[in-house]
Write a protein that binds this ligand. Structure first.
Ligand code: NAP
Length: 370
């Protein structure tokens, strides 16, 4: 199996509106050193989460996974690839893997910690980065893998793992004693995943009593129709909420002004303020001297490691699998997969996502293959 081009999509790390396509020299099988493997990248998903990787690329080291020449950065994505050539005795050509990839057509990896289910890229530049991003899963040995569900796997697995971990966090804290949990960017897949899970389990837990969605006015109707939340309101209506209701905020938008208004409205009735995302990536900052609790960052890879240490990885994965099936079944009912092919179309899909022009019911699946 060969890939005759190494088309690579890069963005300016200092100005995400600037981007280009580099036609790099393809990596040839004979370029590999002992122990290395060449991946031919097939398809990958693209959502606000990938824009957040870029917006927080320096702070969270997202640029370090797939280094590029200054001023460019390669945005990491989740997708599938096939082993095009191998100089590793236990990884054979043609093996299909799922994992963290650059927006390119090729990736050279150095498989280590091999098991029946996959390997870790142990390349020196990745060893200090969160381990969960360095793992590649062999689709042939992944019990949850279905070839016809690849699009949903790429789009939803990385996001819904976060929803699942947030749900676990909320349950362990008894929702901080709050009546209401408020989610911003409530139309995002990660927020919808959390709403579904909180909703799904509240009969047995008895909480939270109310799940409230805050979203853009243009997305209110869509979010309401899904029925994952009890209340759905636009950002412009935030102050209509009952300020006396003990509440928790889970912020996926990262919009400084919205967070300021939330804190000023609920003040000490806000029991906890969780910072999860930055889908409004160009509206960050600006919140100062917030009344109520100090917002706390939730970083899924770190929480995963802690939870896996406590419950054991197998038990954690089993619990996730139990929630994954009903959630994906529900999301399949309304999500439309949009396939995008070729460098020019990928660039347009990137711009649409950056500018917030992709409707929340869409799931973008991209490939740089012509
Ligand atoms: N902390 C963690 O470990 C972790 C893990 C996973 C995801 N996350 C974060 O969760 C957030 C949601 O990610 P996702 O992939 O689930 O999102 P998504 O499904 O692509 O979300 C789309 C929604 O995000 C908002 N949005 C997107 N781009 C925007 C723009 N340019 N301007 C204004 N609003 C925009 C809109 O929601 P509204 O109209 O409802 O605002 C839009 O409907 C991301 O910031 C992601 O990084 C964090």
């Amino acid at each position: 199996m060969t890939v005759s081009s190494n088309t690579t999509f890069v963005v300016n790390r200092e100005n995400l509106h600037e981007h280009t396509v580099l036609e790099r020299d393809p990596i040839q099988p004979e370029d590999l050193t002992e122990g290395e493997v060449l991946l031919a990248i097939d398809r990958f998903s693209f959502t606000a989460n990938n824009i957040t990787y870029a917006a927080l690329g320096d702070a969270f080291k997202y640029w370090d996974f797939f280094p590029a020449e200054h001023p460019w950065g390669q945005i990491p994505v989740w997708g599938f690839a096939d082993v095009a050539a191998s100089r590793h005795p236990e990884v054979t050509e043609g093996t299909r893997v799922y994992g963290y990839l650059p927006m390119a057509r090729q990736l050279r990896v150095e498989p280590g910690r091999l098991s029946k289910s996959g390997f870790t890229d142990v390349a020196a530049h990745r060893t200090d980065l969160p381990g969960i991003y360095n793992q590649y899963v062999f689709t042939a040995n992944d019990p949850a893998y279905r070839p016809e569900h690849e699009a949903f796997q790429m789009l939803l697995r990385p996001l819904l793992v976060t929803s699942f971990l947030l749900d676990d966090f909320m349950a362990r804290q008894d929702c901080f004693g709050a009546e209401q949990v408020i989610l911003t960017s409530a139309s995002s897949k990660t927020a919808l995943g959390l709403a579904f899970m909180l909703n799904h389990q509240r009969e047995s837990r008895g909480q939270p009593k109310v799940l409230t969605a805050l979203t853009s006015p243009g997305n209110v109707e869509f979010v309401r129709r899904l029925g994952y939340y009890d209340r759905v309101i636009g950002y412009d209506e935030l102050e209509t909420l009952d300020a006396g209701e003990a509440s928790v905020s889970v912020d996926f938008a990262g919009n400084g002004q919205v967070l300021q208004r939330l804190h000023e409205h609920f003040r000490d009735q806000l029991q906890f303020s969780s910072l999860v995302g930055a889908s409004h990536w160009d509206q960050r900052g600006g919140s100062k001297g917030l009344p109520g609790p100090k917002p706390e960052l939730f970083f899924a890879p770190k929480y995963w490691e802690e939870a896996a240490g406590e419950y054991g990885t197998a038990a954690l994965m089993q619990r996730f699998a139990g929630l994954w099936a009903p959630l994906v079944a529900s999301m399949e009912g309304w999500m439309t997969i949009t396939d995008v092919q070729g460098a020019d179309n990928v660039a347009r899909a990137y711009e649409d996502t950056l500018e917030g022009r992709v409707s929340p019911e869409q799931g973008l699946i991209l490939t740089l293959a012509p």
